[in-house]
Design a protein around this ligand. Structure first.
Ligand SMILES: *Cc1c(COP(=O)(O)O)cnc(C)c1O
Length: 368
């Protein structure tokens, strides 16, 4: 990229247009645009195989997938969740008339801290909604133990965790349900899109009813559903995206390796190390700015980069619990999250980002 061009935090890889056009022609010929069409079925099968999950239901976006997952499990009352996420995680609770109870995160990988969950449970608690933030797996075994003791459901917001594995097992296979987002900014995209991963046939059926008005057949409605279906154009596009996902993730890894090499010896700048036995997807590259050691604040660094037309993003700032609409929902101390939200900045990362640009970004950070 030329020096005067802007660099955004992410940029989608699109499938080759010449491969997409024949699929569009096929859709045009069939005039079948949505409602569990041929490409929808193909993409469900292909994704279940790629992700190594038993059942997947495609959605028009991740937020509707999450709202539906909560409906599918009939969750009510209070739900324990993390303040350190994209705001949609909590919005999905609001739309289900559920009170979010925020619990602090762990300092290591910034996911919900299982040790803080029990103290937040009340008789009204029915579920836990953790987030695999930046695709780093939550402490799934500890969370499951607590959920089992208290009879709580678990829905993982796995919007960042496409393709992530732990001990050769998909991270999506933990919890009662997991949701994915295929938004244009995510590792794998269908322009807009999302999915719910489920573990038995009956649950998949219920989810598929819920996303299609509750229709069982022409004349029977089994549940008050709504409309959250993925259409055929998105599904066909998604099939093409699967062809390049592995090479795209490899390319992301190269970029992360380069960032880590070049930022390694800067005082006050830190980043995550790889987690043993985890296959990462390199969805994001967050760094953490210690103002005292680095000599410049996170926000000043954000602006220095911005002046160079490099648009890093402060994911996640503010915390969800800091938005006025959710401020009253705070449970107890969120000290770790409150510290991290002031230090984090996600640097640009996408498969087509050049190593030259990575070098330029790092030299700006070094020489600010
Ligand atoms: C992107 C995202 C969502 C929402 O997904 P959409 O497909 O954009 O609706 C939910 N949770 C998290 C953590 C996300 O990053």
């Amino acid at each position: 990229m030329k020096k005067d061009e802007q660099i955004l935090v992410t940029q989608p890889v699109l499938p080759p247009l010449n491969e997409f056009i024949p699929l569009l022609e096929d859709i045009w010929d069939s005039k079948w645009l949505t409602n569990n069409g041929k490409y929808h079925k193909q993409l469900e099968a292909a994704l279940a195989e790629y992700l190594k999950v038993p059942y997947i239901s495609l959605f028009s976006n991740g937020t509707l997938a999450l709202i539906t997952a909560i409906q599918a499990l009939k969750i009510t009352g209070e739900v324990i969740t993390t303040p350190y996420s994209f705001v949609a995680t909590t919005h999905a609770l609001w739309w289900n008339n559920i009170k979010p109870i925020f619990v602090d995160i762990e300092p290591d990988f910034l996911n919900i801290n299982p040790e803080k969950i029990e103290a937040a449970i009340t008789p009204r608690t029915t579920a836990i909604i953790p987030v695999h933030v930046y695709g780093n797996p939550c402490k799934v075994d500890e969370i499951k133990k607590i959920a089992d003791v208290y009879g709580l459901k678990i829905i993982y917001d796995a919007a960042h965790a496409f393709g992530v594995q732990r001990n050769n097992q998909s991270i999506l296979n933990y919890g009662d349900l997991s949701i994915l987002s295929f938004h244009a900014t995510k590792v794998y995209n269908t322009i807009e899109g999302g999915a719910i991963i489920s573990h038995d046939k009956t649950m998949k059926k219920r989810i598929d009813y819920l996303k299609n008005f509750g229709f069982e057949d022409e004349v029977n409605i089994v549940t008050p559903g709504f409309n959250a279906k993925m259409n055929e154009v998105q599904a066909a596009y998604g099939l093409l995206q699967l062809k390049t996902i592995d090479s795209n993730i490899k390319q992301r890894q190269k970029i992360v390796d380069e960032y880590k090499k070049l930022l390694a010896d800067i005082d006050g700048i830190s980043f995550f190390e790889e987690i043993p036995n985890v296959k990462h997807n390199y969805a994001y590259f967050p760094i953490f700015v210690n103002k005292d050691k680095y000599g410049t604040s996170r926000d000043d660094l954000y602006n220095i980069l911005k002046d160079e037309k490099i648009y890093a993003r402060r994911y996640f700032y503010p915390l969800i619990s800091q938005f006025p609409i959710y401020k009253t929902e705070r449970f107890n101390s969120l000290a770790v999250a409150e510290k991290v939200t002031e230090e984090v900045i996600c640097l640009p990362i996408y498969p087509e980002l050049s190593i030259e640009d990575v070098k330029r970004i790092c030299s700006i950070i070094k020489n600010k």
